[in-house]
Design a protein around this ligand. Structure first.
Ligand code: 8X3
Length: 248
């Protein structure tokens, strides 16, 4: 049985991806900050799962958690580097520096820490797959997206660099870049303002977390000689980061 590790597994895309990979027969390491949510997810799965609670922004916690893995959860075949969030949607001159730091720390540094902690074992086994979760926001900036877009652009470029460095070792590296997905994403971005969060997905049919998980499942299930390097997944009602066909 192969093993996959998923960050940000306690909700949204991470949660749905855990269910997708469990259906594919993967043993799972589920990482997140909320143990109660991870336990509920674990109970819903068809395959064994080990839980790791840490914040990807905490460099020492990331390495400590991954070093704590014991057999049969210690040989990771697939990393889904999913944890990340948006904080605020404000013009640059009004945005909060705390929000900016939270996005750089979580979306950029968190992705780097988890990849760095797992790379040595993948390199020594000359086997593995890393899938980073980017965003359409990393492909094109949109007004008031400033640092969120920059953080996801960093994920995009890091994915490319990692694929170059991992090429001699047979490790598959790719990223998925979703557009609008109806998850807790906007509620977090707007700090619990539910009406404002709901308005993001009004009058269009957004992606679901399951839609994204299915696409990740495709990247994972592709034959070993096939790397899905870059997959942008949009709702049909969305043509670009900010061209959206809202039905009146
Ligand atoms: C989430 C997609 O368009 O809200 O990364 O930035 S978007």
């Amino acid at each position: 049985m192969k093993t996959a590790i998923i960050t940000g597994a306690s909700s949204g895309i991470g949660w749905a991806t855990a269910q997708e990979l469990s259906r594919q027969g993967y043993r799972l390491v589920l990482c997140g900050r909320r143990l109660d949510k991870l336990s509920a997810l674990q109970a819903s799965l068809e395959t064994p799962a080990h839980l790791l609670t840490f914040d990807v922004r905490d460099r020492q916690a990331v390495f400590k958690a991954i070093e704590s893995l014991a057999a049969p959860f210690d040989q990771i075949d697939v990393l889904i580097n999913n944890a990340g969030n948006a904080h605020g949607l404000d013009p640059a001159h009004e945005a909060s520096l705390d929000d900016w730091e939270a996005m750089i720390d979580g979306n950029v540094k968190g992705v780097l820490y988890v990849a760095k902690a797992l790379l040595p074992q993948m390199i020594s086994r000359r086997q593995g797959q890393i899938i980073n979760v980017g965003s359409i926001a990393g492909k094109e900036a949109y007004p008031r997206g400033n640092v969120y877009c920059a953080s996801k652009a960093a994920v995009d470029r890091f994915t490319e660099g990692l694929r170059l460095d991992c090429n001699p070792f047979g490790i598959r590296v790719g990223a998925i870049h979703p557009g609008l997905v109806a998850t807790e994403f906007s509620e977090v971005r707007f700090k619990g303002d539910q009406p404002r969060a709901a308005s993001v997905y009004e009058k269009l049919q957004p992606l679901t977390a399951e839609d994204v998980a299915q696409a990740i499942g495709y990247m994972v299930a592709a034959p070993p000689h096939v790397t899905v390097a870059d997959l942008t997944l949009l709702p049909t009602d969305q043509a670009s980061a900010y061209v959206i066909n809202r039905k009146t």
